[in-house]
Write a protein that binds this ligand. Structure first.
Ligand code: UD1
Ligand code: UDP
Length: 377
């Protein structure tokens, strides 16, 4: 029997951890592979929340996060740190996911060592390098170096082909976020207490219509965040509404949201939720209001109307499916769109249909088989 291929899975932020834990689980269960987990900890607490739930203990942990880190210092530390991990692990292949600084630096460090790097969630494009910023360029850089491109949908496949990526290297696999969502839903079904921590809030807001909010995008810092905060403040004046807003730990987000929304009766500004509790919020919310990438993928799968506080999206599938709508960050526009969904039953029902544009929950299994084929196993 040939030795198992050593795969180094690199990640560092909450969304990467959520979208890669199903791949780690699948690789660890497969004797054709030896799976080594290297985390940058670009996020510390929000990464650890996912590692704990998913039962993953990293083999390498760079612990790079600094308060209010700049993109250049972060990227420099990541490149050097991840390179050292690769020198120690000597992997046959490296896996990165998405478009964060960790993913881009991990891919670059692998490329500098001529180690093939495989990209999960490849081919997302907004075609605007400042929306989202810096993610649009991060994923293009990874796309230029990747060996295998695991595109979630035919839209992302088409984007890669438009950039002249070899079609034989691009595989439409679905998005692992749906695997993660299925996994956590099963976990909650087995152990309901995993998502029971919102009970007090749910009792406090009983009878009110819940709006779930998340926000963190760098391009929304400043005017965008102020607009979002004003919109939430305004909609919360309605007596029939309550807002549950797990606030991202980025100080640029917390300062604005705590200042504008702290102390309001029917706005709960809470700490970031672990994944089971966030899944619970997705299920009890009538509407999600977000600038997140991942939430735009989870909401269509659950048939949850999602208003996306961005000017453009690299995930047009949710908009095309009718579950997501781009509303920007202008407060008046957000309030108008929210009010329409709250007051017009037909408008709400037109959006509240479950679709599956991001896959069937078998994406990690497909990725592992494609990797096995690639290594000749
Ligand atoms: C990062 C990613 C973004 C992704 C987002 C998901 C980059 C450039 N940005 O943005 O693509 O959508 O994560 O959430 O890769 N912080 C903590 N604890 C944590 C996490 C963050 O305190 O667990 C604070 C720190 O002060 C940190 C700051 O948030 O310096 C910013 O973190 P960073 O990863 O640089 O940026 P995000 O906005 O989180
Ligand atoms: N999420 C979570 N707890 C929260 C907010 C979000 O577990 O309090 C999950 C969410 O379900 C999604 C992911 O985090 O899977 C999205 O992460 P984020 O919005 O930070 O990053 P993005 O997807 O925009 O890169």
């Amino acid at each position: 029997m040939t030795a198992p291929a050593r795969i180094l899975v690199v990640f560092g932020t909450r969304p990467e951890a959520i979208k890669l834990f199903p791949v780690v689980h699948a690789l660890k269960a497969d004797p054709r592979f030896e799976c080594v987990v290297g985390v940058s900890a670009q996020h510390r607490q929000m990464l650890d929340q996912v590692l704990t739930i998913a039962g993953i203990v990293p083999d390498h942990d760079l612990d790079v996060m600094q308060p209010d880190q700049t993109l250049d210092a972060l990227t420099a530390n990541l490149l050097i740190g991840l390179g050292k991990v690769m020198d120690a692990v000597k992997p046959d292949r490296v896996i990165v996911q998405g478009d964060t600084a960790t993913a881009m630096s991990g891919a670059l460090a692998a490329y500098y060592r001529k180690i093939p790097v495989d990209h999960v969630e490849a081919g997302l494009r907004s075609w605007n390098i400042y929306h989202p910023w810096p993610e649009e360029v991060n994923r293009k850089i990874i796309g230029a170096m990747a060996s295998l491109h695991f595109a979630p949908t035919t839209t992302s496949q088409a984007a890669l082909l438009k950039e002249n990526v070899d079609p034989a290297r691009v595989h439409v696999t679905g998005n692992t976020v749906i695997d993660a969502l299925h996994w956590v839903t099963d976990e909650i079904a087995r152990k309901p207490a995993l998502a029971g921590g919102l009970a007090e809030l749910e009792a406090r807001f009983a009878g009110r219509r819940i709006i779930g909010v998340t926000s963190h995008r760098r391009e929304n810092f400043g005017d965008g965040m102020e607009g979002i905060a004003r919109a939430v403040r305004d909609i919360a004046t309605r007596p029939d509404v309550a807002v549950i807003f797990p606030v991202h730990l980025n100080p640029n987000v917390r300062q604005v949201m705590n200042g504008a929304l702290g102390g309001l009766d029917n706005v709960a500004l809470i700490e970031p939720l672990d994944y089971p509790h966030f899944a619970r919020l997705l299920s009890i919310a009538e509407i999600m209001l977000t600038d997140s990438g991942g939430v735009q993928e989870e909401a269509p799968a659950l048939g949850k109307p999602v208003l996306v506080m961005r000017e453009t999206t690299e995930r047009p599938e949710g908009v095309e499916a009718g579950t997501a709508k781009l509303v920007g960050t202008d407060a008046a526009r957000i309030v108008t769109e929210l009010s329409t969904l709250l007051d017009d039953k037909r408008a709400y029902e037109a959006m509240a249909r479950a679709h599956n544009p991001f896959g069937d929950g078998q994406t990690s299994r497909r990725i592992v088989e494609l990797l096995a084929h690639e290594i000749g196993q």
